[in-house]
Each structure stands twice: as C-alpha cells, then as structure tokens.
Write a protein that binds this ligand. Structure first.
Ligand code: NI
Length: 175
C-alpha cells in the first residue's frame, strides 16, 4: 500500500467525468488499498478515485458506527437507484481544504454498485452516509461540493457550527 497525492481544486482532472471499471484485477485492488490508506491518513469521510488522479468510477466512504468503529465501504461503478427526503448540512472536501459549505442532499440514498471482485450489491445510506455517497458520486461526474453549496461558510460561521456539532455528534470530516 502507498499513500497517493490528493489533487486540489483547480486541477483539471477533478472536473472530468470518470470512466467505468471493467477489469476487477490487482490494479483495481491496489488503487482501493492505496485510497484507503490515503483516506485514513487524511482523516476524511470519503474519497473518490479522481481525487487521486485516477478517472475511474471508484469511491470509498467511511460509515460511522454507533460503537465508534467506522466501516469502510468500497464502491465500484456506483449508481443511485433511490433517493428520498432532504437534509441541509455542512460539507467539506479533501480536495478543497479549509472550505466548508452548506449543501442540500437527500436524507436517504440507495446505491447499486460492485465490490472489488465485480459482484453487484445494493447498499442504503442515511444521514451523513447518504451525504457522503452523494458527495463522492458527484466527484465521478467532475463536480465539487463548492459548485452545489447554497452557502460557503465564513471562518466565524465554521467555528460556531463546529462548536455546536462537537457538543453533539463528534467532529466534522471532509469528503
Ligand atoms: Ni470531496
């Protein structure tokens, strides 16, 4: 495993559409493993392959568990098959460090995807996980959250909101 460099806003790769994965081989597994290491190192909530310069439809999302243990979800060729409800909340991105904005996303999302061996599965996410699914899938279309945020927060607003959050559900992590 190796750490990969996370591209930052302004890099043209982040604006491009990613291509589907056709070969479920060692190259893909190495990418997934490297992305996981990179995500943990960066202390993020999710990471999409284009963020490490690979224009393939591959994303990782960390699903927070009630016991504090996160589950790493690997998604290859993911597609949203159902979305319902709405939430409005803070979003950040490892490719846009230090910037936080308010983004409206569905409250619940069902995805169809493949695992690292090509096996199809469906997975549902709610709340922060639904948000992360939507954020990461948007990366595959070349879209950053700053393009869909209805408000970019000032430093004072970030501090205020983070303090509120920290009293409740733990710290905010960029995606
Ligand atoms: Ni992101």
């Amino acid at each position: 495993m190796a750490l990969r460099n996370i591209l930052k806003e302004g890099e043209s790769t982040l604006k491009k559409r990613s291509r589907p994965v056709a070969d479920f081989n060692e190259r893909l597994w190495e990418l997934l493993d490297d992305m996981a290491e990179t995500l943990y190192e960066a202390d993020g909530l999710g990471l999409a392959a284009p963020q490490v310069g690979v224009l393939r439809r591959v994303v990782l999302v960390l699903q927070p568990g009630a016991d504090g243990e996160d589950t790493l979800i690997e998604l290859v060729n993911p597609e949203i098959v159902e979305a319902s409800g709405e939430q409005d909340g803070i979003e950040g991105c490892l490719s846009v460090p230090g910037v936080w904005g308010l983004v409206r996303r569905p409250m619940r999302v069902k995805l169809r995807a493949q695992d690292r061996h090509g096996k199809h599965f469906e997975i549902e996410g709610e709340g922060i996980t639904a948000r992360a699914f939507c954020h990461e899938l948007a990366h595959l279309e070349g879209q950053l959250f700053t393009e869909v945020a209805h408000k970019i927060l000032s430093e004072d607003e970030i501090e205020e909101l983070m303090q509120e959050r920290n009293e409740g559900a733990g710290e905010e992590k960029p995606e």
